[in-house]
Design a protein around this ligand. Sequence first.
Ligand code: PEP
Length: 251
Amino acid sequence: MARTRRPLIAGNWKMNGLAGDGVALARDVASGARQAGWTDRDLLVCPPATLVAAVVEAVKGSGVLVGGQNCHAKANGAHTGDIAAEMLKDAGATYVIVGHSERRADCGETDAVVRAKAEAAWRAGLLPIVCIGETLAEREAGKTLSVLEAQLKGSVPAGATASTLVVAYEPVWAIGTGKTPTTPEVAAAHAHIRKVLGGLLADADKVRLLYGGSVKGSNAAELLAAGDVDGALVGGASLKADEFLAIAKAA
Ligand code: PEP
């Protein structure tokens, strides 16, 4: 059966990249994407906010998309050090990651905060990638599916549709550790996410569900082949153009 959901390979550069190396990385990704000539998948890079505009310029004409890593719920105001979704949009971004586990842990972002950020993304015309995932303690306690369900119900705004939402399943214990769930475990989590989305959205079968957590060139094909996986959210491996492009090729 033909795939109905267009794969998305998204790179989360986190707090990495200065003007020199960040723009060079973006150029290398863009040139690899141009050479490959893919028309059946989306490639997205999410640099630090300081580099969004420069990266938009560097990837111009390649089809590579650019996103932010976070946004504030408000459009403007007295929020020192924060960035509005409108600012990311103004700089040329089209996506924004919200609710990454590092922000949930480091900045105390709750599901309600993540939901407000996803709504802010819509207000600005950005597509939010809502991240959810269980900790190791939650997995070991057998709570993975209930944690995912609660996070989804709390973080996905009412009115979401497949064209206004991407969900990334990122087990916290798999991020940056080199550990990954087995393919059946990924498939089970994604199947449950899609089932829960079915109670929230009319077109849940069309929502793109990304897997994230220690994805690299060598394991991408296997992870991306798991049921209900429509792409990857890639951290460390997105800082090397060759690795990121190898993951995109596996899609
Ligand atoms: C991430 O932080 O979104 C991530 C998936 O990181 P890594 O690929 O390095 O595990």
